[in-house]
Ligand binder design. Structure first.
Ligand SMILES: NC(=O)c1ccc[n+]([C@@H]2O[C@H](COP(=O)([O-])OP(=O)(O)OC[C@H]3O[C@@H](n4cnc5c(N)ncnc54)[C@H](O)[C@@H]3O)[C@@H](O)[C@H]2O)c1
Length: 368
């Protein structure tokens, strides 16, 4: 198969869909890899590394898209890329089609097979191609929180770990899933005092075991959240109700009662945020204040660390890419229901129920 790797064109997107180790493995399996020039530059992977791995570098996106049987990307295609769509092309990337009827329409008209990272689901219910970005965002949330707690950056002027004789910072994490657990690891590593709040008692038991009692675990309710936030230096929003907007667990008055210069990092902002005071911000203007409390609510946090994010993402996507390349779509889908679940558009039809429902389009089950 010919695999194409275009350079991402979405604003501020510096990740890339395939790294040189993937090129080597694909080449060893008998495939050809075409990489658009400078596709990896934003992730600090120069053309030379792709060439060394056996890829062919092409100058123009149109040649990569035009010659490839399968295009691997990171973000959903942008309007400037729609012209490259054609029947038979397999597109493997984050698609998030539900709110994008125009893109969906173009994929259907041109009979592109759209395989979406975010709907690949394993039999245990896990979403393996969303997990790595939650890991990155969770770890990053503490690094960013620590920076903004510094006085020159607008915070209270607190060192997360304290020093001998001075108490460490209080870090409160709402939601103990993947983001929350990764945030807790970083905060503990820096010596902070960590409290985790989750609505699932089973999850709290697991967290107590994972952290060997080093974090305080609390059951989620309005009173507990309000009381805990009152003494928090850094509060991290990491809750998720799958398929729904984030619940607004923190009301404005709870934020007003926080310490001046405390920092809120609402990672769940991509689902609307779990702080009533949160609104989405960008890497260009990441913060704002509400009642003296600093808010960081960037909805694509992993873009701040594209090198790490690219490798984390491609570690997870590559095994699925290899199955698609080695077997072709039909056999890959027959062998792996997880891949079949990733197919959102096929032969001019929507093959994902959620996307069809949200856009009022006809749904046809994917039959491999
Ligand atoms: N901003 C970004 O760049 C970025 C990057 C990655 C992920 N995210 C987002 O971070 C959020 C968390 O993702 P995740 O992968 O950790 O999800 P997850 O499903 O692993 O964890 C969510 C946790 O929230 C808990 N929860 C749900 N309702 C709750 C409530 N009322 N009170 C307390 N806890 C509650 C759940 O029990 C679960 O443990 C999601 O919205 C995700 O989209 C954002």
């Amino acid at each position: 198969m010919i695999i194409g790797v275009p350079k991402e064109v979405k604003d501020h997107e510096s990740r890339v869909g395939l790294v040189p180790s993937g090129v080597i493995a694909l080449r060893e399996a008998g495939h050809t890899v075409l990489v658009e020039t400078n596709a990896g530059t934003g992730s600090s992977i120069p053309n030379e590394e792709y060439i060394g791995a056996g890829a062919t570098i092409l100058d123009k996106a149109t040649d990569v898209w035009g010659r490839a049987d399968l295009v691997i990307k990171v973000k959903e295609p942008q309007p400037s890329e729609y012209a490259y769509f054609r029947p038979g092309l397999i597109l493997f990337t984050y698609l998030h089609l539900a709110p994008l009827p125009e893109l969906t329409g173009r994929l259907l008209e041109t009979k592109v097979t759209g395989v979406a990272y975010e709907t690949i689901i394993e039999p245990d219910g896990s979403l393996p191609l969303l997990t790595p970005m939650s890991e990155v965002a969770g770890r990053l949330s503490v690094q960013i929180g620590a920076q903004y707690l510094e006085k020159p950056n607008g915070g209270r002027g607190i060192l997360l770990g304290g020093v001998p004789g001075v108490a460490p910072a209080n870090v409160v994490i709402l939601g103990g899933g993947i983001v929350g657990t990764n945030a807790a690891k970083m905060a503990l590593g820096l010596g902070a005092h960590v409290t985790m709040i989750d609505r699932s008692l089973k999850r709290l038991r697991d967290l107590d075991d994972i952290f060997n009692g080093q974090v305080v675990t609390l059951a989620s309710n309005t009173w507990t959240i309000g009381e805990t936030l009152r003494t928090a230096d850094l509060a991290i929003g990491a809750v998720l109700i799958p398929g729904a907007s984030a619940p607004k667990l923190v009301r404005r008055e709870m934020v007003s009662a926080m310490k001046p210069g405390a920092v809120v990092v609402d990672v769940a902002i991509d689902q609307g945020g779990c702080f009533e005071t949160a609104h989405a911000t960008t890497h260009t203007e990441p913060i704002y204040f509400v009642d003296g409390v600093l808010h960081y609510c960037v909805s694509n946090m992993p873009a701040a660390v594209p090198h790490t994010s690219t490798f984390a993402l491609t570690n997870a996507t590559f095994p699925y890419l290899m199955e698609l390349a080695n077997n072709g779509l039909d056999v890959a889908c027959r062998k792996h229901p997880s891949i079949c679940a990733g197919v959102n558009t096929f032969n001019g039809y929507v093959t994902h129920n959620g996307v069809a429902e949200s856009q009022g389009r006809e749904y046809r089950a994917m039959t491999a």
